[in-house]
Design a protein around this ligand. Structure first.
Ligand code: ADP
Ligand code: MG
Ligand code: MG
Ligand code: MG
Length: 402
């Protein structure tokens, strides 16, 4: 019985759920189901009516994280995810899956099946290119970040959203895994053997770096600037040639806008590092790496350009119209972007949650070299965040780290 008490579903439960609780399939449809989740936290069921070519996704929040039961995470995150999907679809139409139904008892959300798309990280590891990605993701970020800020929103309505989307448990995961543990010799870290010495010397022995990450952690916890996605890595993005869809917004809360932009850039750099050490053909390598460089540059520069245009069209806050304020505000977002890009680069190498772009580099020596580049770029993005602003500045940090 799905209506009285929460339990974690099996594949056959999900079929039964789709039949009895969703108004989606025909009454007599023959349904099959597979659990396709590959994330760290949740169960994702794909329910299919083969004959009528219809399918749906049911994502259920489990009571503990799959990655480790040390993380107790409230199933309420599924409410946040479903409400954010609905809101993002209004702010940035077409850039998220359609949300069909949220169920507060089973802590699950039924949504559009995007199986005709590919997870961007998987596609990038195959060295596929998506020329429209920078255009798409910059629009998504400007719309979701600027339009939820005090620049545009009525301040009382914005504060209602701040309340609705306080997300203490998932924020704590980020505070620990991104802002704290990677920067000291924490037992929960998971450092590749070939990188241990470098991590100790270059990251853990750097007092200045530790001090800067402390400042940034407080920025993350206290700057309720925009309703951020909070987990915008390439594993949360579905792509195909002409379309981009952002999924998995369960970490959403009011935080620094640059958090999302920085995450996207860092994960493009992981793809770059993968290409650098795994593409054998020199021409193919050169082309792929320059595609990633262009994409990094374009994400930043198109974000900046669209942000300014949208600001002029949508600004409602009187004092924000003062000359120079827009530039001041954007400048601080780009500074946060640089910092978060650096944090993400370090934490995916040192901390508990790694990325496949790096772990799939099978040659140990090459993997250590790739990790070193990520750490050098990462530390530079954190320490030099005052002076990294344009797309070309982000690309240069990467090039200088090689
Ligand atoms: P988690 O929060 O556990 O990381 P995700 O929302 O990232 O879960 O989903 C995990 C995986 O499930 C994705 O990488 C993707 O393969 C699949 N998936 C999630 N949502 C959809 C969807 N709407 N359509 C098709 N596949 C999906
Ligand atoms: Mg995910
Ligand atoms: Mg995933
Ligand atoms: Mg998730």
């Amino acid at each position: 019985d799905f209506q009285t008490k929460y339990f974690t579903m099996t594949e056959s439960d999900a079929v039964e759920y789709a039949k009895t609780r969703l108004n989606f399939f025909d009454a007599d449809a023959e349904l099959s189901c597979k659990e396709i989740g590959d994330g760290n936290l949740n169960y994702v069921f794909r329910v299919v009516d083969e004959k009528n070519n219809k399918s749906i996704i049911i994502k259920q929040a489990g009571p503990v994280a799959r990655i480790s039961d040390e993380f107790k995470v409230s199933p309420d995150r599924n409410r946040i995810e479903s409400e954010i999907l609905a809101l993002q679809n209004e702010l940035a139409p077409g850039f998220v899956p359609k949300m069909y139904q949220y169920d507060p008892i089973m802590n699950c959300t039924a949504m559009e099946d995007l199986s005709d798309y590919e997870i961007m990280r998987t596609a990038l590891i195959k060295h596929k290119k998506f020329p429209l990605f920078a255009d798409h993701i910059s629009t998504f970020m400007v719309n979701t970040l600027l339009f939820t800020s005090d620049v545009v929103m009525n301040h009382k309505e914005k504060k209602e959203l701040v309340k609705k989307f306080t997300n203490p448990e998932l924020c704590e995961i980020t505070e620990d895994l991104v802002y704290t543990e990677p920067f000291y010799d924490c037992p929960r870290n998971d450092v590749f053997e070939g990188s241990k010495e470098f991590v100790r010397e270059y990251i853990w022995n750097d007092q200045k770096l530790a001090f800067e990450t402390a400042k940034l952690k407080f920025e993350f916890m206290t700057n309720a600037q925009s309703l951020i996605h909070g987990d915008l890595h390439t594993g949360s993005i579905f792509v195909k040639e002409d379309s981009t869809k952002v999924i998995d917004p369960e970490f959403a809360f009011y935080g620094p806008a640059g958090y999302d932009v920085g995450n996207v850039i860092a994960n493009l750099i992981f793809a770059y590092a993968n290409g650098l050490f795994t593409i054998e053909d020199e021409n193919e390598k050169k082309e792929y790496l320059s595609y990633i460089e262009d994409t990094i540059r374009d994400v930043i520069d198109q974000f900046t350009e669209k942000f300014k245009i949208a600001w002029d069209e949508k600004v409602t806050e009187q004092v924000a119209k003062q000359p120079g304020f827009k530039e001041y505000y954007l400048d601080s977002i780009l500074q946060d972007t640089s910092a978060v890009c650096g944090l993400e680069l370090c934490r995916r190498i040192i901390g508990i949650a790694h990325v496949k772009d790096i772990t799939s580099i099978t040659d140990a020596d090459k993997r250590a070299k790739a990790e070193k580049i990520c750490l050098i770029a990462g530390k530079t993005f954190i320490l030099n965040r005052d002076s990294i602003r344009q797309g070309k500045d982000f690309v240069k940090v990467l090039q200088d780290a090689i």
